[in-house]
Design a protein around this ligand. Sequence first.
Ligand code: SAM
Length: 283
Amino acid sequence: MLWFTEQHTPNVRFSIKVDRQLFSEQSEFQRIDVFESEEFGRVLTLDGYLMLTEKDEFIYHEMIAHVPMCVHPQAKNVLVIGGGDGGTVRELCKYKTIEKIDLVEIDERVVDISKLYLPKVACALEDPRVHCYYEDGLKFIRHVEDEYDLIIVDSTDPFGPGEGLFTKEFYGNCFKALHEDGIMVNQHESPFYQEDAYAMQRAHKRICHSFPISRVYQVHIPTYPSGHWLFGFASRKYHPVKEVNWQAWKDLRIRCRYYNCPLHAGSFALPNYVEELLRDVED
Ligand code: SAM
């Protein structure tokens, strides 16, 4: 019997029974594995860390894309950093109003392998509005100014190739790369286990330093450590909930399995212990 096991803390492990390993390769940047499982369908892992499963990826990708798009429905130019599996791009491509999506993924092999093994996730990567750049997002953003309406940081965790995407320099450059009403959303780690909570506090402190509006919203992802995950919503102008035109979003008739407008509003209401963790690092 074959099991994929991820160590969530020194004292906690999470395992999925897998039928077989479909793919394994050490790329220039990380080890990439794809497994087939009965419970979660196909599973993509990078350096042994679970990135997505076919069964629950819709939660992550809908919540990272539709929350900012509902707040800023006029967004035309979007930058996705990381996200080489294509799930975030798939959700963004549901908006006819988006004219251009730049995908900056450090590892071209993640894109190739996702197209081959995760076609339901990668299905929009061939959309003519999508332009792929195989570069480090930290370097790419240094030379961009006043270019994007929305930046989505769909990264790995703050170690290995993803480390630079959690730095003050990076967030400052994202601010500069956005139009004056632009929004940045990022994968913001989890508040539950201590090491993840430190990482999320560090990210929050740094984002608050760069953006006038910086909030956090929560989401339930069964295969991530503790299942309780956060996204960061950083904005130059728009508040994530106040004055949002919910009806305009509903009129777009975009079909989602997780996201809806009341859930969007509710996801910014946080448990007290999370509010306290955030407050501790806010000036
Ligand atoms: N969509 C996934 C999910 O559901 O959790 C998130 C993980 S996505 C596969 C993260 C991607 O970020 C990986 O493909 C990784 O290669 C990429 N990445 C890591 N560091 C990067 C960097 N510095 N610049 C650009 N992409 C990076």
